[in-house]
Design a protein around this ligand. Structure first.
Ligand code: FE
Length: 133
């Protein structure tokens, strides 16, 4: 995995991301539930950051949470993502960011399946699926 951090200006991100990707990754937006293209994806492969290509999740930890967003019980490696306390919208949540480009991916909750007990609730827009050949 590449550990080089990526820093770009808002204008630079606007040039390389779609409007939807920009809104979620750089403006911390949330795609509407059950609209994302990976909610029901059950194919084997890996999920990388749509902003920078950083390897984030494996299909092996994906589970059907019923939430309407693609959900994972763990990232591929602890340092693939970074976590940040988020007190917006009158809730106390933990934001999940790509560790490499600091793009917003979603939030993590502690009601996931064993053994981790974690539910990484991600936006499809923030991810790109790489099918295992
Ligand atoms: Fe990234």
């Amino acid at each position: 995995m590449e550990n080089t951090k990526i820093e770009k200006s808002e204008e630079e991100w606007k040039k390389i991301l779609t409007p939807e990707e920009f809104l979620v990754l750089r403006k911390k937006g949330t795609e509407p539930a059950f609209t994302g293209k990976y909610v029901h994806n059950k194919e084997k492969g890996t999920y990388v950051c749509a902003g920078c290509g950083n390897l984030l999740f494996s299909s092996e930890t994906k589970f059907d949470s019923g939430s309407g967003w693609p959900s994972f019980s763990a990232p591929v490696a602890p340092d693939a993502v970074s976590l940040k306390s988020d007190r917006s919208l009158f809730m106390k949540r933990t934001e999940v960011l790509c560790a490499r480009c600091k793009g917003h991916l979603g939030h993590v909750f502690d009601d996931g399946p064993k053994p981790t007990g974690q539910r990484f609730c991600m936006n499809s827009v923030s991810l790109r699926f790489m099918k295992k050949e």
